[in-house]
Structures are given as structure tokens and as C-alpha cells.
Design a protein around this ligand. Structure first.
Ligand code: ASP
Length: 584
């Protein structure tokens, strides 16, 4: 037997047993004529003890870091115990060992907190994966995967694979394309999602489908984006929006409990898209904390706060938004200057922030003392529920930019006040998304989710009037966790004429629609059931459950920010013969 136990397994009750372990040498500590070594594998670390006699062998055959060895010996109680590791009460008195493979000195130390920088660690990803942090992430990912499958299997979903070499899909990003050797000059596209296939499976009658599947989108990368990522993709027939929300709320509850031991019994709150934008300034609100956006300039109250003044910044602004930051009335000049700099950064794009301190002694002090009396400041504070000890922050300007900036400022203040605890899970559904969105650059309407999303039945008629487009709501929903969108879906169109109408509204000619999606509209003519579904980002869900921001460390072999795999050196050029064969 190669090994009798793993390096994470032995405990006090094994004392006296003769065992064999195999693994990697993590550390070597020599004390005169004896040597201690930590042996590591996927399961943990066990201390090995080499006595004087073996030490002579070690002198001739020295061990190095990351050597692979096999060690036989007896489990003994440790004199100085290490409570930090589960095997810390015992050690192995080695009687025999074999060096199975030597190792070059690793380019960085394989420990919890390591050095070397991201690029180096990506290049040696197989070594990085030995680190406990990444090992834990991989384990979490596996557990989330298993938990999702168990739940969906229990609900009668079938896992059905769909192809990767396909035609363009409609998720709105750029496609990765693959040249076809057998059809010279033609290309497959890699799926941005299995959207059209899962809808076709519904037409086939497979009414509960799921897949944990790779999707490919050629987008500019950020820390939380990867060109290939994994979705849990689902579709159901003969359902309404409510059925889908319930099934998937069940899934999330199951996974939180199963993987994290977090029991959520109450229903996930539901918020309309309009409300999310109004109160939080974005469609993925972090509801772990309050600090809702208050609109200080409304049509009814078009003079700011109902009283005239000469503060032109407010008078000229399309929107004035305020948040009341709890307990921050004692912010210093320096802290306030720093906040002003923060909102002036190009990503936020404001010219400044107005503050009102609701002092502990009941007085008010603001950056606009010249324009507003204390009484008026009190009224402003009251209008955004500012309490004694709070700091009111106000941004004014054009509607879209100001709302976005205030949403960011709210999150920033939430961070600073420690209100965004990664161990607290506050999921919610955002519902009633707009069907369309105006692309100002291209000056056209685009589908907010994708073109297969159905409008609310009562809004279908509005599709005949472009002036009404902005108001049309869809049966579309997102699931949001702690300020991050982790999934979204919709009830689909399943009638050919409505689908044609949708493509026309998006500016597609009949011919183009037929060329791109004729197969789907054709399928709708053969008895398509009402259906709907959802997909959620599996990598992101794992990162959130792991309490981390970046999805990269929850993937075994991710790409860097330039979309490169530095370990494989991909993408790379291909030789002339291959190019010729592909007709490129
Ligand atoms: N295919 C969609 C997406 O990838 C999800 C869905 O509508 O089910 O976002």
C-alpha cells in the first residue's frame, strides 16, 4: 500500500499505529542530530520526526522543499503540541523513508500568505494550487457544485449537455470564434450561454433542464470577469415567474445551508427595478445596510427643500441626492477633504460633495453655511432622516451620473463603517426590469436582458410605439447577493409572431432575424410550451460564499487580465500549415 493514511488524518487515538504517509515536504527543521519535517498533502500537514540514525541517511540524501517522499513510522504523542492544526497532537517517528521525487526550489514559498506576485503565481499555477488558501477554494467550489446538483436532481431537473461549437448567441458580448477546417472560410462561435438550446429543449418537452456549463464571452476583463466562466443554467416549462423564483430561492437556501451552515428561513425580499434604482441608485442593491438615497429635489418640491436660496449648485442640478451616514458627524476637516477628493475621481466624476453635520449637541454645521440657515440645514437633515450624530452627504448634478455616484458613495461609506460583513448573507430578487435599454452611442434600443425575454403581457401593445419603449417592463428578474448580481433570467417569448415583433423592435430586418434565429422561431411553430429560466454565475457564487471579491481564485486555471494563460502561454500563433489548412 502506497499510504495507509493521509497527512490530515492522524489523531491522538492513532498513537502506537504503524503507518505510511506520502506527500510533499513543506519545511525541514534540523536540530543537531534530529530533524523535523512537515509533510503536506491535500488533506493537511503531519509532522515527521527523524531520529539520529535516520539523520545520518538524511545527511547523505538531504531532503528539499517540495520533495515528494514516502515515510513509514509510528504515531507518537507530540511533546510540544500545535493546537493550530488538526494533527497537532501527534507526530510520526519515522523508521524508513523513500525520496520518490526531488523538486526544484519553488519560485515562491508554498504557504498561506505567499510572496512572488500574481503573474509569477499564475505561471506556476500548479504550485499555487498547493497553497492552503487555493486548496480551500477548490474544495468550496466542489461542494457548491455538488450541493447545486443534489438540489436540482431532487427537484427533477435533468442535466443535458449542449454543444460548444455553435452559431452566435444573443447575450450581447463579443463572440469567440473557431475556424472550421471542413467548411473553409466559415466559423463556429463559442456559446455565450446555452440560451437557445435550453429553449429548444423545452420545445422538445424536457421541462426541467440544468447544466453547470462553461460560457465564453470576449469582453474586456476586470477582476471579477473571465473570458470563460461557469454558469448554472436552468430552464423550466409550464411555469410562471413566481414558480421560478420559488424553486431557485429554494436552491440558494439549500446551498447556503449545505455549504456554509447558514440557515435562511424567511422569504427573500423582492424589489422592483424602479425601487432599486430609486432607493439604492443601482439594480443590485446591497441591503446589508440602510443609508438609502433620498431625493431632495422632486417635481413637487422643485425649489430645493422648499425654500429659495442662492446656492446655484443645487438650483441648477437635475437631481439632488442625500444619504445619512450614521455616527459620522465628527468627521474631521481632513476626512471631509479626502471624501471630496474621492468623489472627484474620474470613476465617480462629481465636482464635490456637500455635507451637513448633525452634531451631538443638536446644532448643525455644513459646507453650505453661507447659503442655508441652521434651521434650513435641520430641515434638510430631517428630509433624509438624519439623526443626531449623523453626517449628511449630498451630491447634485445630472440624474444618471449623480445617482450612480451616490450609489458608489453609499457603498464606500458602508465599507468604511464595516457594514458590509462578508459573513452576512442578504439575498434579494430584483424584478420587473425594463424590456429595453437605449444605447445612446449607437442611438438604438437594445434588449436589456436578451431578445427572448417576454414583455409583461399588459405592455405588449406598447411595443408598437417607440415613445413607450422606456416604460415597457419585462418578466425578468435578477438574484442579488450582498450587492452583487449572481444570476438572472426571464419568462420567455414562445410565440413566433411576438418573437418577430421583438426582433423588429430591436431594429432587425425580417431577413436578418430569420437568418440568425430562424431555427428558434421555426421551433416555436411546432408546439412550444410557455417557459422561462435563469442562469447564475457559478464562479461568483463560490467567491461570495468564500467571502472574497475576485472569482479568479475560485477557478483552478484562470486567465490573467489580458485574457492570457501565462502558464500555457495561450493564446499563441499557429504555424503556416495549420493556417493554410483552416483557410486563414
Ligand atoms: N442566458 C441568460 C444569461 O446568460 C440567462 C437566462 O436568461 O436564463 O444571462
Amino acid at each position: 500500500m502506497f499510504r495507509t493514511h493521509t497527512c490530515g488524518e492522524l489523531r491522538i487515538q492513532h498513537i502506537g499505529s504503524e503507518i505510511t504517509l506520502a506527500g510533499w515536504v513543506q519545511t525541514i527543521r534540523k536540530f543537531g542530530s534530529i530533524t523535523f519535517t512537515d509533510l503536506r498533502d491535500r488533506y493537511g500537514i503531519t509532522q515527521l520526526y527523524f531520529n539520529e540514525q535516520l539523520n545520518n541517511i538524511l545527511d547523505a540524501q538531504p531532503l528539499g522543499r517540495e520533495y515528494v517522499i514516502q515515510a513509514k513510522g509510528k504515531v507518537v504523542e507530540r511533546t510540544s503540541k500545535n493546537p493550530k492544526i488538526p494533527t497537532g497532537n501527534i507526530e510520526i517517528e519515522v523508521t524508513e523513508f523513500t525520496i520518490i521525487n526531488s523538486a526544484a526550489t519553488p519560485p515562491f514559498t508554498i504557504e498561506e500568505d505567499t510572496d512572488g506576485g500574481d503573474e509569477l503565481r499564475m505561471k506556476y499555477r500548479y504550485l499555487d494550487l498547493r497553497r492552503p488558501t487555493l486548496r480551500r477554494n477548490m474544495e468550496l467550489r466542489y461542494k457548491v457544485n455538488r450541493s447545486v446538483r443534489n438540489y436540482l436532481d431532487s427537484q427533477g431537473f435533468w442535466d443535458i449537455e449542449t454543444p460548444f461549437l455553435i452559431h452566435s448567441t444573443p447575450e450581447g458580448a463579443r463572440d469567440f470564434v473557431v475556424p472550421s477546417r471542413m467548411n473553409e472560410g466559415q466559423f463556429y462561435a463559442l456559446p455565450q450561454s446555452p440560451q437557445t438550446f435550453k429553449q429548444l429543449l423545452m420545445v422538445s418537452g424536457y421541462d426541467r433542464y440544468y447544466q453547470i456549463v462553461k460560457c465564453f464571452r470576449d469582453e474586456d476583463l476586470r477582476a471579477d470577469r473571465q473570458p470563460e466562466f461557469t454558469q448554472v443554467d436552468c430552464e423550466m416549462s409550464f411555469v410562471e415567474q413566481e414558480d421560478i423564483l420559488n424553486i431557485f430561492e429554494g436552491l440558494f437556501k439549500h446551498v447556503f445551508n449545505d455549504v456554509k451552515g447558514v440557515l435562511i428561513t424567511e422569504a427573500f425580499p423582492r424589489m422592483t427595478w424602479d425601487d432599486a434604482m430609486w432607493h439604492y441608485g443601482n439594480d443590485k442593491p446591497d441591503i446589508r445596510f440602510g443609508m438609502k438615497l433620498q431625493n431632495l429635489k422632486t417635481p413637487v418640491n422643485s425649489t430645493p427643500f422648499g425654500f429659495g436660496n442662492s446656492f446655484q449648485v443645487f438650483n441648477n442640478a437635475e437631481t439632488i441626492l442625500a444619504i445619512s451616514v450614521p455616527g459620522c458627524s465628527e468627521y474631521t476637516r481632513k476626512q471631509l477633504d479626502e471624501l471630496t477628493e474621492w468623489v472627484k475621481r474620474p470613476q465617480i466624476g462629481m465636482t464635490g460633495v456637500v455635507y451637513i453635520k448633525c452634531n451631538n449637541d443638536g446644532t448643525f454645521k455644513s459646507s453650505v453655511d453661507k447659503f442655508f440657515t441652521e434651521e434650513q440645514q435641520k430641515a434638510i437633515a430631517a428630509s433624509c432622516s438624519g439623526a443626531i450624530g449623523d453626517l449628511i452627504l449630498i451630491l447634485a448634478g445630472a440624474e444618471t451620473r449623480t445617482r450612480k455616484a451616490m450609489s458608489e458613495l453609499r457603498l464606500e461609506m458602508g465599507n468604511r463603517l464595516g457594514l458590509r460583513n462578508p459573513d452576512e448573507y442578504k439575498p434579494l430578487w430584483v424584478v420587473d426590469f425594463p424590456l429595453f435599454e437605449h444605447d445612446d452611442e449607437a442611438n438604438r434600443w437594445v434588449a436589456r436582458h436578451h431578445p427572448f425575454t417576454s414583455p409583461k403581457p399588459e405592455h405588449i401593445d406598447w411595443m408598437n410605439d417607440v415613445n413607450k419603449y422606456a416604460e415597457i417592463k419585462a418578466n425578468a428578474y435578477d438574484i442579488v447577493l450582498n450587492g452583487t448580481e449572481i444570476g438572472g433570467g426571464s419568462i420567455r417569448i414562445y410565440q413566433r409572431d411576438l418573437q418577430e415583433k421583438m426582433f423588429a423592435a430591436l431594429g432587425m430586418s425580417k431577413e436578418e432575424a430569420q437568418e440568425k434565429f430562424g431555427f428558434l422561431m421555426g421551433a416555436f411553430e411546432y408546439g412550444a410550451p410557455p417557459h422561462g429560466g435563469i442562469a447564475f454565475g457559478f464562479d461568483r457564487l463560490c467567491a461570495l460564499l468564500g467571502g472574497q471579491e475576485s472569482i479568479r481564485d475560485f477557478m483552478a486555471f484562470p486567465k490573467n487580465n489580458q485574457g492570457r494563460d501565462t502558464m500555457l502561454d495561450a493564446p499563441s500563433s499557429i504555424d503556416d500549415n495549420q493556417r493554410k489548412e483552416l483557410g486563414l
